[in-house]
Design a protein around this ligand. Structure first.
Ligand SMILES: Nc1ncnc2c1ncn2[C@@H]1O[C@H](COP(=O)(O)OP(=O)(O)OP(=O)(O)O)[C@@H](O)[C@H]1O
Length: 252
């Protein structure tokens, strides 16, 4: 198996003339969680969105540099972004289930990508909900609306939806910040389970969360990657003063 799920090389992102991410190179290991931290506006979400080409959808945004998955640079105009977003899933800050049943929320992606057989779809729905620790709570109400679930359950449904199309990488942009502490704990537990199979890259404002769930942490400041290291080292003995100041709450 390849060591890295994804590698960014010299990645820059511009919104018009403004450079929001500056020549960032980062390797993301398989079967690990990497946390992206830094003060508001430092470019974490912009960087994350670039990794599955979501910035292509923003008028005036330009991304330069390379993003490697194995032998393929996916930041190339010829990349099929639909199949790319199947390989790299995304979970947003606010749960955003489709206005469809729980079952259809999960079945939609695989069906779109060609799975037509009902039995196969049933299996994918069950497996995805099990992996997202939501099966027991939903197995008797699969045909109820996804919006009838609580916020925390909706976020697990969104995670199940991204798993259903068999990605190898999952991007998460503050996936628990809109949730209560109990739901947050469940999402963190789930992330810890999922990393046994996926390369997970998560933006978080919560230092404790980064320390609890990630193996590696990258600290961003004003579009620059300041430091990247083992999470334990970053939180106990960072190399850079800026990292230390941010982690100890002196700014941000
Ligand atoms: N669609 C956009 N158009 C123009 N500028 C943008 C856009 N999105 C973000 N920016 C700018 O790019 C910079 C980085 O923003 P980004 O949202 O990536 O930061 P962040 O670190 O994720 O912040 P937060 O933690 O507040 O979400 C900011 O100056 C922001 O104003």
């Amino acid at each position: 198996m390849q060591q890295y799920g994804l590698s960014a090389k010299d990645l820059s992102v511009y919104y018009g003339p403004k450079q929001a991410v500056k020549n960032v190179s980062l390797d993301f290991a398989n079967k690990q969680v990497t946390a992206l931290i830094g003060p508001s506006g430092c470019g974490k979400s912009t960087f994350l969105r670039s990794l599955n080409r979501m910035n292509d959808l923003i008028d005036g945004a330009k991304v330069t540099g390379e993003i490697w998955i194995g032998e393929e640079n996916i930041n190339h105009p010829k990349t099929d972004v639909v199949s790319l977003r199947q390989r790299i899933g995304m979970v947003w800050q606010r749960p955003n289930p489709f206005h469809k049943s729980i079952y259809e929320n999960i079945a939609f992606g695989p069906r779109y990508h060609g799975v037509k057989n009902k039995k196969q779809l049933d299996e994918i729905v069950e497996q995805s909900l099990r992996k997202a620790a939501l099966w027991e709570e939903t197995k008797d109400r699969l045909h109820k609306s996804g919006l009838s679930l609580s916020g925390g359950q909706q976020q697990r449904l969104c995670i199940a939806r991204s798993i259903a199309v068999k990605p190898s990488i999952i991007l998460m942009d503050e996936p628990a910040s809109a949730l209560d502490p109990v739901s947050t704990a469940k999402i963190e537990e789930l992330i810890t389970e999922l990393k046994q199979e996926y390369c997970i890259i998560i933006v978080t404002h919560n230092m404790h969360q980064a320390a609890r769930i990630s193996e590696k942490t990258a600290f961003f400041l004003m579009g620059d990657l300041i430091e990247y290291d083992e999470t334990d080292k970053m939180f106990t003995d960072p190399e850079k003063k800026e990292t230390s100041d941010y982690i100890s709450g002196r700014f941000g």
